[in-house]
Design a protein around this ligand. Structure first.
Ligand code: KIV
Length: 303
């Protein structure tokens, strides 16, 4: 990190830009990798400035920002819109756009076209897509377009209907074998990192030892090379009980709610705004203004 001084004695640490190479170097040095989701300018700035390695504009946007029941309805246009806002905020973290349901499930060309849109129209530096061996051809084609790909296996929320609910994956030997095969297939296809979601700790540890790329766990235990969580989960902004793996680091719901209650009460009682919170006329105008007001009052009185 370098120390950059600003004119008024302020100083700020500027982090070097995180790239996919940085992520690989961190794994090689056995340094844990951090990733959080973010979807807008304000929170992305805070997340970036707090030193997170990667920011994922997750399709969890559908639920935590747009209020949908699951991730399926969020569109390419909505994901692009939010990725642009994140891009404008982030200086150092690697910005990854999550490909939404339906944007890569048809022809490979469709997936490549949409991955390119995230980079060209929204400034993403990588894309994430869900699925294992069935995505190998697409991963290779997206890489041929010079776009790094993050894989995502295990509990993949876009497969909620196929899985019959949000269920931990890889709990039996058949399931473990499928996960390991998928991880190896994606690793060989050239992904730069792999999200392992909702899998037993032992299975995540095994996959982490097996593949060359960093594994980023969410509900996958501490042996992964890094961890990702949904921003709204860690600050209590999800309006639902947290999953087992979520650790809450703050209570934004209380903070916001208290601030809004206070505002309502201050406006209703007349204590906001105060004189200090009001603009005033300049001296010269004030004298003339008061003369006019006095004349007005006099006229009204003599009528
Ligand atoms: O959309 C998302 O938030 C995700 C992460 C939880 C990995 O895919």
């Amino acid at each position: 990190m370098s120390l950059v001084s600003f004119g008024l004695g302020q100083a700020a640490f500027i982090r070097p830009k995180v790239t996919t190479l940085t992520i690989h170097e961190k794994k090689a040095r056995q340094q844990r990798i951090t990733c959080l989701t973010a979807y807008d300018y304000a929170t992305s700035r805070l997340v970036d400035e707090a030193g997170v390695d990667m920011i994922l504009v997750g399709d969890s946007l559908a639920q935590v920002v747009l209020g949908y029941e699951n991730t399926m309805p969020v569109t390419m246009e909505e994901m692009l819109h939010h990725t642009r806002a994140v891009r404008r905020a982030v200086k150092s973290a690697l910005v990854i756009a999550d490909m939404p349901f339906g944007s890569y499930h048809g022809e490979v060309e469709q997936g490549v076209h949409n991955a390119i849109r995230f980079v060209k129209e929204a400034g993403a530096e990588a894309v994430k897509l869900e699925g294992g061996s069935q995505r190998v051809e697409l991963v290779k084609r997206v890489l041929d377009s010079e776009i790094p790909v993050m894989g995502h296996i295990g509990l993949t929320p876009q497969s909620v209907h196929k899985m019959g609910g949000y269920k931990v994956q890889g709990k039996d030997l058949g399931g473990i074998e499928r996960l390991v095969k998928d991880a190896i297939a994606l690793d060989r296809a050239g992904i730069f990192s792999l999200v392992l979601e909702g899998v037993p700790r032992e299975v995540a540890a095994m996959i982490t030892a097996e593949v060359s790329v960093p594994t980023i766990g969410i509900g996958a235990g501490p042996e992964c090379d890094g961890q990702v969580l949904v921003f709204h989960d860690i600050v209590n902004l999800t309006f639902s009980p947290a999953a087992k793996f979520v650790r809450r680091y703050g209570d934004a719901a209380s903070l916001i709610s208290n601030a809004v209650h206070q505002f309502v009460s201050d406006v209703e009682s007349g204590s906001y705004p105060s004189d200090e919170e009001s603009y005033h006329l300049p001296k010269e105008t004030k004298a003339e203004f008061e003369t006019i007001m006095r004349r007005k009052q006099l006229k009204a009185y003599t009528r």
